[in-house]
Write a protein that binds this ligand. Structure first.
Ligand SMILES: [Zn+2]
Length: 407
């Protein structure tokens, strides 16, 4: 398991939001080709990399029962926020507690006080980068776990299971992970992304998300002759932003199941200004409430500018996958049981963001997220433990068995 992981993290697969191509960076295919070669070597004949950089593979069913085809999915790219070139992983064996100073840059310290999850890792082997790059456990831990589970299932044919589909995607970190996913070709009934954090956790909920664009048309005149005439679009926009809730409903004042209304851009001149917002909540009603709140603020501010006008455009981005997953309770029940059989206590949670799974769910493939063990992702302090990765492998294997048992 760990050898696989170390083989994958040294391949640079950083994605690039500025690139229009798919995959956004050609180098992601280097890892795709290696994964396909390893799957082929295991005897998975249909494993292939397509022209968009997606890897597909099938472990055929070995049971006479009718079992749903389940897919395990991870992403091959790493975050554009932190360099992934020349990753030099190191292993801290038998972690005894305390801070971990990274050898390539001693200013990079994984402090026990700032990473409370380390407290439950005593005795584990912890993999980190050398401190000059990210590690890429997000999501190469997931790749290695799925690969290792596949290897185990193929080597142990007495373990009965339905068809297991494998999907490795590019460009998840730039929000395009499922743009070119061919679900018909994949042919799965349910899927699980293996891309979560703490061992034992499963997430069946994401934010629901809208984007809002406010366009303000002011009244422009020569500044020397503006008295009583000018209505300044930039000033109207600023007044609106200033009226947004300050003690709640913003990213910096919310947590857990609370949503927010968040300005992400402001552009303008005297005549016209545009403010971009993102709106987040776990329910559609919560989204609606925040959009009404925004419109009420806008209307109120506009009263002071009677000859100016505005337009508010709301665009749906993604929806809480729970709406889809709840219709198939066995997806979560079976995963909770699989986690339990590894000896961990399952914990169900929600994600304050979106995943590939939230989009896959609404494309017709219900897809919660299972832990991969990755921590402090998108940073040079990223770490993962060997023991947690092994628990994820066991979870995948148990899940395959449970679907067969219960069919
Ligand atoms: Zn990820």
């Amino acid at each position: 398991m760990t050898e696989r992981f170390l083989r994958y993290v040294v391949i640079d697969t950083q994605s690039d939001p500025a690139s229009p191509t798919c995959p956004s960076t050609e180098k992601q295919k280097n890892l795709g080709r290696l994964l396909v070669a390893e799957l082929q070597a295991m005897g998975i004949g249909d494993a292939h990399l397509d022209q968009h950089g997606y890897v597909y593979a099938t472990i055929p069913a070995n049971t006479g029962k009718r079992v749903p085809a389940i897919c395990f999915c991870s992403h091959m790219d790493t975050s554009p926020d932190c360099t992934g070139q020349d990753v030099k992983p190191q292993i801290v064996r038998d972690y005894r507690g305390g801070d971990i100073v990274l050898p390539g840059d001693p200013s990079q310290i994984i402090r026990a006080a700032e990473h409370p999850a380390l407290a439950s890792q005593i005795g584990h082997d912890i993999v980190t980068s050398d401190g000059t790059t990210l590690l890429g456990a997000d999501n190469k831990a997931g790749l290695a776990e799925i690969m290792d589970a596949a290897h185990f299932l193929i080597g142990n044919p007495h373990i009965k299971h339905g068809a297991i589909k494998i999907l490795f995607t590019p460009d998840e970190e730039i929000g395009r992970g499922v743009d070119k996913a061919d679900l018909k070709k994949l042919g799965a009934d349910f899927a699980y992304t293996i891309d979560g954090e703490t061992a034992g956790h499963i997430e069946d909920e994401t934010f629901s998300a809208d984007g809002a664009t406010l366009i303000i048309e002011g009244v422009s005149t020569h500044p020397g002759f503006a008295k009583g005439k000018m209505e300044h679009a930039i000033k109207i926009a600023a007044a609106i932003v200033d009226r947004l809730p300050k003690n709640d409903c913003s990213p910096e004042t919310t947590e857990g199941k609370q949503g927010f209304l968040h300005p992400i851009s402001i552009n303008g001149a005297l005549e016209k200004a545009t403010v971009g917002f993102i709106v987040r909540d776990f329910t559609d009603e919560g989204l609606k409430e925040k959009e009404i709140l925004l419109e009420n603020i806008v209307k109120d501010v506009m009263k002071g500018f009677p000859r100016s006008t505005y337009r508010l455009e709301i665009k749906p981005q993604y929806r809480n996958m729970k709406q889809v997953i709840d219709a198939h309770p066995e997806i979560i029940d079976n995963a909770m049981e699989a986690i339990r059989r590894t000896g961990l206590a399952p914990v169900k949670g929600s994600i304050r963001g979106g995943t590939d799974g939230s989009r896959l769910s609404f494309m017709g493939l219900p897809c919660p997220n299972i832990f991969a063990g990755e921590h402090a992702f998108h940073s040079r302090l990223e770490w993962v433990s060997r023991q947690d990765m092994e628990k994820a492998v066991q979870t995948i294997v148990h899940l395959a068995m449970i679907f067969e048992e219960r069919a």
